[in-house]
Design a protein around this ligand. Structure first.
Ligand code: DNO
Length: 368
Protein backbone atom coordinates (compact mmCIF):
# COMPACT_ATOMS: atom_id res chain seq x y z
CA UNK A 1 0.00 0.00 0.00
CA UNK A 2 1.15 3.51 -0.75
CA UNK A 3 0.38 5.87 2.10
CA UNK A 4 -0.89 9.35 1.29
CA UNK A 5 -2.28 12.17 3.43
CA UNK A 6 -5.04 14.63 2.69
CA UNK A 7 -3.95 18.24 2.74
CA UNK A 8 -6.31 21.13 2.01
CA UNK A 9 -3.74 23.68 0.89
CA UNK A 10 -1.83 26.63 2.25
CA UNK A 11 -4.01 28.84 4.43
CA UNK A 12 -6.82 26.29 4.34
CA UNK A 13 -5.43 23.64 6.66
CA UNK A 14 -4.10 23.65 10.21
CA UNK A 15 -1.65 20.90 9.28
CA UNK A 16 1.68 21.88 7.76
CA UNK A 17 3.63 20.00 5.10
CA UNK A 18 6.62 19.90 7.44
CA UNK A 19 4.45 18.03 9.96
CA UNK A 20 3.14 15.55 7.41
CA UNK A 21 6.73 14.91 6.42
CA UNK A 22 7.42 13.50 9.88
CA UNK A 23 4.65 10.89 9.78
CA UNK A 24 6.31 7.57 8.92
CA UNK A 25 5.74 6.23 5.43
CA UNK A 26 3.73 9.08 3.92
CA UNK A 27 4.83 9.49 0.33
CA UNK A 28 2.29 11.84 -1.19
CA UNK A 29 -0.40 14.48 -0.71
CA UNK A 30 -4.07 14.08 -1.50
CA UNK A 31 -5.09 17.50 -2.69
CA UNK A 32 -7.58 19.66 -4.58
CA UNK A 33 -8.18 23.28 -5.50
CA UNK A 34 -10.89 23.66 -2.92
CA UNK A 35 -11.76 27.26 -3.68
CA UNK A 36 -12.87 26.54 -7.24
CA UNK A 37 -16.57 25.84 -7.78
CA UNK A 38 -17.54 22.51 -9.32
CA UNK A 39 -17.57 22.74 -13.11
CA UNK A 40 -14.66 25.17 -13.54
CA UNK A 41 -11.50 24.17 -15.37
CA UNK A 42 -8.55 23.93 -12.99
CA UNK A 43 -5.97 26.38 -14.35
CA UNK A 44 -2.65 24.89 -15.34
CA UNK A 45 -0.63 27.47 -13.38
CA UNK A 46 -2.44 26.66 -10.15
CA UNK A 47 -2.00 22.93 -10.61
CA UNK A 48 1.68 23.47 -11.25
CA UNK A 49 2.02 25.68 -8.18
CA UNK A 50 0.79 22.78 -6.00
CA UNK A 51 3.34 20.52 -7.64
CA UNK A 52 6.14 22.94 -6.77
CA UNK A 53 4.97 23.16 -3.14
CA UNK A 54 4.86 19.37 -2.82
CA UNK A 55 8.26 19.00 -4.50
CA UNK A 56 9.86 21.09 -1.79
CA UNK A 57 9.03 18.33 0.69
CA UNK A 58 9.58 15.40 -1.63
CA UNK A 59 5.89 14.48 -1.84
CA UNK A 60 4.11 13.32 -4.99
CA UNK A 61 0.67 14.63 -5.85
CA UNK A 62 -0.61 11.51 -7.60
CA UNK A 63 -4.04 11.59 -5.96
CA UNK A 64 -6.64 14.32 -6.26
CA UNK A 65 -9.69 14.37 -3.99
CA UNK A 66 -11.91 15.57 -5.48
CA UNK A 67 -12.61 17.05 -8.86
CA UNK A 68 -16.27 17.65 -8.09
CA UNK A 69 -18.98 16.98 -10.64
CA UNK A 70 -21.26 19.84 -11.66
CA UNK A 71 -24.94 19.29 -10.80
CA UNK A 72 -25.88 19.58 -14.49
CA UNK A 73 -23.98 16.36 -15.16
CA UNK A 74 -25.73 14.56 -12.30
CA UNK A 75 -29.08 15.95 -13.37
CA UNK A 76 -28.50 15.15 -17.04
CA UNK A 77 -29.35 18.76 -17.99
CA UNK A 78 -28.97 20.22 -21.48
CA UNK A 79 -25.75 22.02 -20.60
CA UNK A 80 -24.00 18.93 -19.22
CA UNK A 81 -21.66 18.55 -22.23
CA UNK A 82 -20.15 21.93 -21.47
CA UNK A 83 -19.27 20.82 -17.95
CA UNK A 84 -18.00 17.46 -19.17
CA UNK A 85 -15.70 19.32 -21.57
CA UNK A 86 -14.41 21.34 -18.62
CA UNK A 87 -13.84 18.14 -16.67
CA UNK A 88 -11.82 16.77 -19.56
CA UNK A 89 -9.68 19.92 -19.70
CA UNK A 90 -9.02 19.56 -15.98
CA UNK A 91 -7.94 15.95 -16.51
CA UNK A 92 -5.52 17.11 -19.19
CA UNK A 93 -4.08 19.75 -16.89
CA UNK A 94 -3.72 17.25 -14.06
CA UNK A 95 -1.85 14.89 -16.36
CA UNK A 96 0.90 17.48 -16.82
CA UNK A 97 1.90 17.13 -13.15
CA UNK A 98 1.69 13.35 -13.11
CA UNK A 99 -1.66 12.84 -11.37
CA UNK A 100 -2.64 9.15 -11.42
CA UNK A 101 -5.98 8.97 -9.60
CA UNK A 102 -8.96 11.31 -9.39
CA UNK A 103 -11.45 10.67 -6.61
CA UNK A 104 -14.95 12.06 -7.22
CA UNK A 105 -18.47 11.45 -6.02
CA UNK A 106 -21.89 11.38 -7.60
CA UNK A 107 -24.01 12.47 -4.65
CA UNK A 108 -26.79 14.90 -5.56
CA UNK A 109 -26.59 18.33 -3.90
CA UNK A 110 -24.64 17.38 -0.76
CA UNK A 111 -21.35 15.68 -0.16
CA UNK A 112 -20.97 13.87 3.20
CA UNK A 113 -23.52 14.56 5.91
CA UNK A 114 -23.05 14.71 9.68
CA UNK A 115 -25.16 16.27 12.41
CA UNK A 116 -22.33 17.26 14.72
CA UNK A 117 -18.81 18.12 13.66
CA UNK A 118 -17.36 18.16 17.18
CA UNK A 119 -19.38 15.58 19.15
CA UNK A 120 -17.93 14.76 22.57
CA UNK A 121 -16.53 11.26 23.17
CA UNK A 122 -16.16 9.74 26.64
CA UNK A 123 -12.40 10.42 26.70
CA UNK A 124 -13.12 14.14 26.05
CA UNK A 125 -11.86 14.06 22.50
CA UNK A 126 -14.35 15.12 19.80
CA UNK A 127 -15.36 13.59 16.48
CA UNK A 128 -17.94 13.67 13.70
CA UNK A 129 -21.38 12.34 14.74
CA UNK A 130 -24.42 11.33 12.73
CA UNK A 131 -27.78 11.16 14.47
CA UNK A 132 -30.64 9.93 12.30
CA UNK A 133 -33.42 11.66 14.27
CA UNK A 134 -31.78 15.00 13.79
CA UNK A 135 -31.55 14.48 10.02
CA UNK A 136 -35.14 13.28 9.85
CA UNK A 137 -36.41 16.36 11.63
CA UNK A 138 -34.10 18.85 10.01
CA UNK A 139 -34.73 21.25 7.17
CA UNK A 140 -31.84 20.75 4.69
CA UNK A 141 -31.14 24.48 4.85
CA UNK A 142 -30.59 24.28 8.57
CA UNK A 143 -28.04 21.54 8.04
CA UNK A 144 -26.22 23.60 5.44
CA UNK A 145 -26.02 26.56 7.77
CA UNK A 146 -24.66 24.35 10.50
CA UNK A 147 -21.96 22.74 8.38
CA UNK A 148 -21.00 25.83 6.44
CA UNK A 149 -20.71 27.87 9.66
CA UNK A 150 -17.02 27.22 9.73
CA UNK A 151 -15.40 30.54 8.97
CA UNK A 152 -11.82 29.35 9.00
CA UNK A 153 -11.73 26.75 6.26
CA UNK A 154 -13.53 25.83 3.05
CA UNK A 155 -15.79 22.82 3.52
CA UNK A 156 -15.53 20.64 0.44
CA UNK A 157 -18.94 19.70 -0.87
CA UNK A 158 -20.55 22.50 1.11
CA UNK A 159 -19.59 25.48 -1.00
CA UNK A 160 -21.95 28.32 0.03
CA UNK A 161 -22.44 29.58 -3.57
CA UNK A 162 -23.73 26.24 -4.75
CA UNK A 163 -25.84 25.61 -1.73
CA UNK A 164 -27.47 29.01 -1.97
CA UNK A 165 -29.43 27.57 -4.83
CA UNK A 166 -30.64 24.71 -2.66
CA UNK A 167 -34.36 25.13 -3.26
CA UNK A 168 -33.96 25.09 -7.03
CA UNK A 169 -31.69 22.06 -6.82
CA UNK A 170 -34.17 20.12 -4.74
CA UNK A 171 -36.97 20.72 -7.20
CA UNK A 172 -34.67 19.83 -10.13
CA UNK A 173 -34.03 16.44 -8.51
CA UNK A 174 -37.68 15.79 -7.75
CA UNK A 175 -38.21 13.60 -10.80
CA UNK A 176 -34.75 12.07 -10.98
CA UNK A 177 -34.86 8.41 -10.00
CA UNK A 178 -31.93 6.24 -8.96
CA UNK A 179 -32.04 4.71 -12.40
CA UNK A 180 -31.85 8.13 -14.08
CA UNK A 181 -28.90 9.06 -11.92
CA UNK A 182 -27.13 5.83 -12.90
CA UNK A 183 -27.76 6.69 -16.60
CA UNK A 184 -26.29 10.14 -16.08
CA UNK A 185 -23.22 8.60 -14.51
CA UNK A 186 -22.89 6.26 -17.47
CA UNK A 187 -23.15 9.17 -19.91
CA UNK A 188 -20.40 11.00 -18.04
CA UNK A 189 -18.12 7.95 -17.85
CA UNK A 190 -18.55 7.15 -21.53
CA UNK A 191 -17.20 10.59 -22.42
CA UNK A 192 -14.49 10.83 -19.81
CA UNK A 193 -13.00 7.33 -19.49
CA UNK A 194 -11.45 7.32 -22.99
CA UNK A 195 -9.65 10.54 -22.05
CA UNK A 196 -8.50 8.95 -18.79
CA UNK A 197 -7.13 6.01 -20.77
CA UNK A 198 -5.26 8.35 -23.06
CA UNK A 199 -3.76 10.36 -20.19
CA UNK A 200 -3.27 7.41 -17.83
CA UNK A 201 -5.38 8.81 -15.00
CA UNK A 202 -7.77 6.52 -13.13
CA UNK A 203 -11.15 7.66 -11.88
CA UNK A 204 -12.21 6.43 -8.45
CA UNK A 205 -15.79 7.08 -7.39
CA UNK A 206 -16.33 7.69 -3.68
CA UNK A 207 -19.36 6.05 -2.02
CA UNK A 208 -22.29 8.07 -0.75
CA UNK A 209 -21.74 9.11 2.83
CA UNK A 210 -23.85 7.94 4.55
CA UNK A 211 -24.97 5.26 2.08
CA UNK A 212 -28.71 5.71 2.33
CA UNK A 213 -31.35 8.06 1.03
CA UNK A 214 -31.35 11.51 2.59
CA UNK A 215 -33.94 14.24 2.06
CA UNK A 216 -35.53 12.11 -0.71
CA UNK A 217 -32.56 12.67 -3.04
CA UNK A 218 -31.50 9.73 -5.25
CA UNK A 219 -28.45 7.69 -4.16
CA UNK A 220 -26.59 5.14 -6.29
CA UNK A 221 -23.22 4.45 -4.63
CA UNK A 222 -24.20 2.62 -1.48
CA UNK A 223 -23.65 -1.16 -1.77
CA UNK A 224 -21.32 -3.75 -3.22
CA UNK A 225 -23.89 -4.48 -5.90
CA UNK A 226 -24.08 -0.85 -7.00
CA UNK A 227 -20.31 -0.45 -6.97
CA UNK A 228 -20.01 -3.51 -9.16
CA UNK A 229 -22.65 -2.14 -11.50
CA UNK A 230 -20.80 1.16 -11.75
CA UNK A 231 -17.54 -0.56 -12.67
CA UNK A 232 -19.40 -2.26 -15.51
CA UNK A 233 -21.03 0.92 -16.88
CA UNK A 234 -17.84 1.37 -18.83
CA UNK A 235 -15.73 -1.72 -18.52
CA UNK A 236 -12.26 -0.25 -18.27
CA UNK A 237 -9.65 -0.43 -15.51
CA UNK A 238 -9.71 3.36 -15.58
CA UNK A 239 -13.26 3.30 -14.26
CA UNK A 240 -12.62 2.46 -10.62
CA UNK A 241 -13.58 3.18 -7.06
CA UNK A 242 -12.44 4.72 -3.81
CA UNK A 243 -13.23 2.07 -1.23
CA UNK A 244 -14.11 4.09 1.85
CA UNK A 245 -14.50 1.74 4.82
CA UNK A 246 -16.17 4.34 7.01
CA UNK A 247 -18.69 5.56 4.45
CA UNK A 248 -19.78 2.09 3.31
CA UNK A 249 -19.34 0.39 6.66
CA UNK A 250 -22.17 2.19 8.44
CA UNK A 251 -24.64 0.13 6.41
CA UNK A 252 -24.71 -3.19 8.22
CA UNK A 253 -25.16 -5.28 5.05
CA UNK A 254 -21.90 -3.91 3.65
CA UNK A 255 -19.01 -6.25 4.38
CA UNK A 256 -15.87 -4.30 3.56
CA UNK A 257 -13.63 -7.37 3.53
CA UNK A 258 -15.84 -9.10 0.94
CA UNK A 259 -15.88 -5.91 -1.11
CA UNK A 260 -12.09 -5.76 -1.17
CA UNK A 261 -11.89 -9.25 -2.67
CA UNK A 262 -14.77 -8.69 -5.07
CA UNK A 263 -13.70 -5.29 -6.37
CA UNK A 264 -9.94 -5.74 -6.05
CA UNK A 265 -9.06 -4.84 -9.64
CA UNK A 266 -10.92 -1.57 -9.49
CA UNK A 267 -9.89 -0.20 -6.11
CA UNK A 268 -7.57 2.67 -6.97
CA UNK A 269 -7.79 4.47 -3.66
CA UNK A 270 -8.60 3.21 -0.17
CA UNK A 271 -9.91 5.32 2.70
CA UNK A 272 -9.54 3.47 5.97
CA UNK A 273 -11.30 4.52 9.17
CA UNK A 274 -13.48 3.09 11.93
CA UNK A 275 -16.97 4.01 13.12
CA UNK A 276 -19.13 2.92 16.01
CA UNK A 277 -22.62 1.97 14.90
CA UNK A 278 -25.82 2.04 16.88
CA UNK A 279 -28.99 0.06 16.20
CA UNK A 280 -31.04 3.12 15.29
CA UNK A 281 -28.66 4.09 12.46
CA UNK A 282 -26.64 6.63 14.42
CA UNK A 283 -22.89 6.46 14.20
CA UNK A 284 -19.85 8.18 15.61
CA UNK A 285 -16.33 8.22 14.25
CA UNK A 286 -13.70 6.63 16.45
CA UNK A 287 -9.98 5.96 16.43
CA UNK A 288 -8.80 3.59 13.72
CA UNK A 289 -8.29 0.72 16.15
CA UNK A 290 -10.56 -2.30 15.60
CA UNK A 291 -11.71 -2.56 19.21
CA UNK A 292 -12.66 1.11 19.36
CA UNK A 293 -15.39 0.82 16.74
CA UNK A 294 -17.65 -1.57 14.84
CA UNK A 295 -15.47 -2.25 11.80
CA UNK A 296 -12.75 -4.93 11.68
CA UNK A 297 -9.94 -2.62 10.56
CA UNK A 298 -7.43 -5.42 11.22
CA UNK A 299 -9.25 -7.75 8.81
CA UNK A 300 -9.65 -4.95 6.28
CA UNK A 301 -5.91 -4.30 6.22
CA UNK A 302 -5.32 -8.05 6.09
CA UNK A 303 -7.57 -8.30 3.03
CA UNK A 304 -5.63 -5.52 1.29
CA UNK A 305 -2.44 -7.34 2.16
CA UNK A 306 -3.74 -10.64 0.86
CA UNK A 307 -4.75 -9.21 -2.52
CA UNK A 308 -1.30 -7.62 -2.77
CA UNK A 309 -2.76 -4.13 -2.88
CA UNK A 310 -0.34 -1.64 -4.38
CA UNK A 311 -2.74 1.31 -4.63
CA UNK A 312 -3.01 4.47 -2.58
CA UNK A 313 -4.31 4.47 0.99
CA UNK A 314 -5.10 7.26 3.35
CA UNK A 315 -6.17 7.25 6.97
CA UNK A 316 -9.55 8.82 6.76
CA UNK A 317 -11.13 11.09 9.32
CA UNK A 318 -9.62 11.24 12.75
CA UNK A 319 -10.87 12.46 16.10
CA UNK A 320 -9.76 15.84 17.40
CA UNK A 321 -7.40 15.11 20.26
CA UNK A 322 -4.88 16.85 22.53
CA UNK A 323 -6.82 20.11 22.21
CA UNK A 324 -5.99 20.40 18.57
CA UNK A 325 -7.61 23.24 16.68
CA UNK A 326 -8.25 21.85 13.21
CA UNK A 327 -10.78 21.32 10.47
CA UNK A 328 -13.47 18.76 11.35
CA UNK A 329 -12.16 15.22 10.89
CA UNK A 330 -8.82 16.34 9.52
CA UNK A 331 -6.48 17.05 12.39
CA UNK A 332 -2.87 15.95 12.48
CA UNK A 333 -2.59 13.74 15.53
CA UNK A 334 -5.32 11.15 15.26
CA UNK A 335 -4.73 10.62 11.56
CA UNK A 336 -1.03 10.15 12.25
CA UNK A 337 -1.88 7.61 14.96
CA UNK A 338 -4.19 5.94 12.45
CA UNK A 339 -1.34 5.64 9.97
CA UNK A 340 0.86 3.97 12.55
CA UNK A 341 -1.91 1.48 13.32
CA UNK A 342 -2.30 0.71 9.61
CA UNK A 343 1.46 0.28 9.16
CA UNK A 344 1.63 -1.85 12.30
CA UNK A 345 -0.96 -4.23 10.92
CA UNK A 346 0.57 -4.20 7.45
CA UNK A 347 4.10 -4.90 8.65
CA UNK A 348 2.85 -7.70 10.90
CA UNK A 349 1.00 -9.38 8.01
CA UNK A 350 4.10 -8.92 5.91
CA UNK A 351 6.16 -10.76 8.53
CA UNK A 352 3.64 -13.53 8.97
CA UNK A 353 3.40 -14.19 5.28
CA UNK A 354 7.15 -13.95 4.94
CA UNK A 355 7.11 -11.79 1.87
CA UNK A 356 10.52 -11.00 0.46
CA UNK A 357 9.73 -7.55 -0.75
CA UNK A 358 9.44 -5.20 2.18
CA UNK A 359 7.80 -1.87 1.59
CA UNK A 360 10.39 0.74 2.46
CA UNK A 361 8.69 3.65 0.80
CA UNK A 362 9.77 6.91 2.28
CA UNK A 363 11.77 5.22 5.02
CA UNK A 364 14.46 7.42 6.45
CA UNK A 365 17.73 7.12 4.64
CA UNK A 366 20.59 8.19 6.84
CA UNK A 367 23.65 9.29 4.96
CA UNK A 368 26.93 8.82 6.76
C1 DNO B 1 -15.23 13.71 3.67
C2 DNO B 1 -14.78 13.04 2.45
C3 DNO B 1 -15.64 13.40 1.27
C4 DNO B 1 -14.96 12.94 0.01
C5 DNO B 1 -15.78 13.17 -1.23
C6 DNO B 1 -15.13 12.52 -2.43
O1 DNO B 1 -14.46 13.95 4.52
O2 DNO B 1 -14.69 11.68 2.61
O3 DNO B 1 -15.84 14.76 1.23
O4 DNO B 1 -13.77 13.62 -0.15
O5 DNO B 1 -17.05 12.66 -1.10
O6 DNO B 1 -15.61 13.08 -3.59
Amino acid sequence: MRMVFRWFGEGNDSVKLSQIKQIPGVEGLVWALHDLPAGEVWPLERVQAIKRQADQFGFHIDVVESVNIHESIKLGSDDRDYYIENYIKTIQHLATVGVKVICYNFMPVFDWIRTDLFGLLPDQSTALFYESDKVRDMDPLELVQKIAANPDYTMPGWEPERLETLKGLFSAYQNVTNQDLMHHLKYFLEKVIPVCEEYDIKLAIHPDDPPWEIFTLPRIVTTQHQLKEITQLVDSPYNGITLCSGALGVLKENNIVTMIYDLRDRIHFAHIRNVQLFDNGDFIETSHRTMDGSLPIDQIVQAYHEIGYTGYVRPDHGRHIWNEDCRPGYGLYDRALGIMYLWGLWDAYQQIRGKDEVDVTNSLQFKR
